[in-house]
Design a protein around this ligand. Structure first.
Ligand SMILES: N[C@@H](CCC(=O)N[C@@H](CS)C(=O)NCC(=O)O)C(=O)O
Length: 407
């Protein structure tokens, strides 16, 4: 039997990811159906999901809605004990699945919405999230998994919420201090079936990129006067580095390049603190070192698939997050240009060294873009300046809707 999973597939849709992981654990095949157009119809609300919300699942016996119910459905189908081995264990699992829906997801959702610019995180949001992490951390002090001795759908339900927080919250590094939660998260993440489900849901399945402390990103041009000094990340003396979410660093050939007269950090400071057209752009053209650096035009290959602007912005945000380890060697501007439901992603990047560095080609997103090296930056000064300034002749036909700076 193949099931049809109805919902919008996107890496940040943790409800869909939850179901995909359960399906992988249960060994059932699930086909994804995108349903932007049909969920708001009377027929969908009468027969599939009363509020029109997704995910929903089409089965041979009819439809199911509520992601937790679908999770349980696959749990029951599994012969692998992912819904416990006794009735009592199954009830313990129910308790955690409910806790995930009523407490963890509720605490984490504001952070996902904030990452789309839909709300601003308050002290109360942060306290609620921290509280829920603390409760799980204490439970895991003497346990490997939430229930029993093996991975169950209880772990899946809680995992996707924590994962969503780690990828969307500016304060994600906060989770590292909950050592048991941290250890459990990595155990679940590294499970082969969990990986299979995550990848099937469009998620990269990687350890989340380490977040920088909160700072003003993508400031409006007029606000681009002063760069806020990045706040130091909270350090905890008892932290063991190998237990954090940070990816291990490998030696980088860019570190052994001969010194360059173009100091990327100095340019970033000029760009953050001064008028772009009058100061930062001229600084760039005067100092750019064509031997020690390369500059690139970069365009998204699948612009025709862009739909809602906030989703495209989220795609760019995710891309920049996954580029985080390149910060010392890269500067970039990504712009969403065009109109609301018909827009493109276009970017300008500057990298240390010649050719696309390995640390950049290692990022999965890199192959979603076409890359064209700019042989002589001065020859393309007008266009480069427009990108730096997020306006100008270049965007006459497709105005800049929003942008993000990688610096
Ligand atoms: N409790 C529900 C929540 C479903 C939900 O809010 N889904 C979102 C997308 S992930 C949605 O469909 N929102 C639009 C709507 O509610 O019409 C579940 O876990 O399935």
């Amino acid at each position: 039997m193949s099931y049809k999973l109805i919902g919008y597939q996107a890496p940040f849709n943790f409800r869909l990811t939850k179901i995909r992981i359960a399906a992988a654990l249960a060994g059932v095949k699930v086909e994804n159906v995108h349903t932007d157009a049909i969920t708001d119809t009377d027929s969908f609300k009468r027969n599939v999901s009363p509020s029109g919300a997704t995910p929903a699942l089409q089965t041979e016996n009819g439809y199911l809605f509520e992601s937790a119910a679908i999770l349980r459905f696959f749990g029951r189908l599994s012969k692998e004990g992912i819904y416990g081995n006794t009735d009592f264990e199954a009830s313990q699992i129910d308790a955690w699945v409910d806790y995930a829906s009523t407490t963890v997801d509720v605490a984490v959702l504001p952070f996902l919405r904030a990452s789309f610019g839909q709300l601003t995180i308050t002290k109360e949001h942060q306290e609620e999230a921290t509280y829920s992490f603390d409760t799980i951390d204490k439970w895991l002090e003497i346990r490997t998994f939430l229930v029993g001795e093996r991975l169950t759908i209880a772990d899946v339900a809680v995992f996707v919420g924590i994962d969503s927080y780690l990828r969307s919250a500016e304060t994600a590094s906060e989770v590292s201090k909950f050592k048991n939660l941290n250890r459990w998260y990595l155990t679940v993440l590294h499970n082969a079936k969990v990986q299979e489900g995550m990848i099937a849901s469009g998620h990269d399945g990687l350890i989340p990129a380490k977040k920088e402390a909160p700072k003003a990103e993508a400031p409006k041009k007029e606000e681009k006067k002063k760069e806020e000094k990045p706040k130091k990340e909270e350090k905890h003396d008892d932290e063991e580095p190998e237990e954090t979410f940070e990816e291990k660093k490998k030696p980088n050939p860019l570190d052994s390049l001969p010194p360059s007269k173009f100091v990327l950090d100095a340019f970033k400071r000029e760009y953050s603190n001064n008028d772009t057209r009058k100061v930062a752009a001229p600084y760039f053209f005067e100092n750019f070192d064509n031997e020690g650096f390369s500059a690139w035009w970069c365009n998204y290959k699948y612009n025709e698939e862009n739909k809602m602007q906030f989703m495209t912005a989220n795609l760019v945000r995710g891309w920049f997050q996954r580029m985080d380890h390149c910060r010392k060697y890269a500067f970039g501007i990504a712009l969403i240009v065009g109109e609301d439901k018909k827009h493109d992603i276009t970017a300008l990047w500057v990298f240390r060294g010649k050719g696309l560095p390995e640390i950049v080609t290692d990022v999965d997103d890199t192959e979603l873009f076409t890359w064209t090296e700019i042989p002589d930056v001065k020859a393309e000064a007008a266009k480069i300046t427009d990108y730096l300034a997020w306006d100008g002749e270049t965007f006459k036909d497709k105005p800049v809707l929003e942008g993000r700076t990688f610096k």
